[in-house]
Design a protein around this ligand. Sequence first.
Ligand SMILES: [Zn+2]
Ligand SMILES: [Zn+2]
Length: 368
Amino acid sequence: MRITAAVLREVGKPFQIEELELAPPQQNEVLVRTVASGICHSDYSIAHGVLRAPMPIVLGHEGAGIVEQVGPGVTHLKPGDKVIGSLTPSCGECVMCKEHKHFMCVQMGALLNNCTYIDGTTRHKTLDGEDVYAMCGLASFGSHMVMPAGSAIKVPDDTALESTCLIGCGVTTGAGAALNTVKIKAGDAVAVVGCGGVGLSIIQGARIAGATTIIAVDPMPEKRELAKRMGATHVVHPFEENVQQTVRKLTGGLGVHFAFEALGRVETMEQCWGLIRPTGRAVIVGIAALNQSVRLPAAGLLAEYEIQGSCYGSSSPAVDIPRFAALYKQGDLLLDEMITQRIGLHDINRAFEEMGRGEGARSVIMYG
Ligand SMILES: [Zn+2]
Ligand SMILES: [Zn+2]
């Protein structure tokens, strides 16, 4: 079928809005009409060459929509179902899935690294017949998506997809880091470095977990303001204050139990190591360029400092995505407040320029 999509042909160049041919869903795949897609920082990282991907490509991996067609072998979905696209296909067959670590499903490799579908082929073609790759097997910067059936997570019919699309990546990554990757106890102290969509979701997860000191670090005044609305008890401007001293002062001189990094910069990953108390843990949620290294002063090890990565909120999407949708419905998880603007697909280049300047938390593309 013919779809409209934002196609990236070269790093650092604007997206081109093009008509593409999208193949029908194959075995264990579904066709979804895209209703809304958030723009995530990983899209920006690929568009600017920090993360690598084959081109031409349709980016977008924070999409939600309505199932239009199911391929052979799909039994848990039917046309008309509302779904949120997940970053992992949760194949259910691999060792990681069998250990309930769906966020590490071995089938993700084809989707994330090769930007093909699980069988190694593409579903998108230009009208001239050229293969077009797809980010995460989703490609939500397109008016329709073909995705692995395991990536299509059904949510209740009364779910507002125009806001819950954020659960597909940023919210699950952030709230999941606070609620799944680590066990925050009621009364714990937490710091969050970087208050974009992921950082704001970490703050919300920490609030839901019962943390009573939540220190948000971001240079942008509007993001610090948003952080307070999401549950931050204190905010810090990292260039005007000494972050480490301020965090110590706010935590009785000790530092926090958990310091989360949500920027993907090695400097701030190292900074998080300096914010934790003895036996505390630095939790790295942001994604740095993969050839970079983090250097940590060894002295922290004597105080049993820990550092841990967190991938996709350590989530099992079939459980966590409906859980976060329910938390949104009952008012515990704030999503509308995180959305800075809603745009049409044609405004995507402007939204990426704004993201490059660090403006706003989330732009959401609306289709139809
Ligand atoms: Zn993302
Ligand atoms: Zn698997």
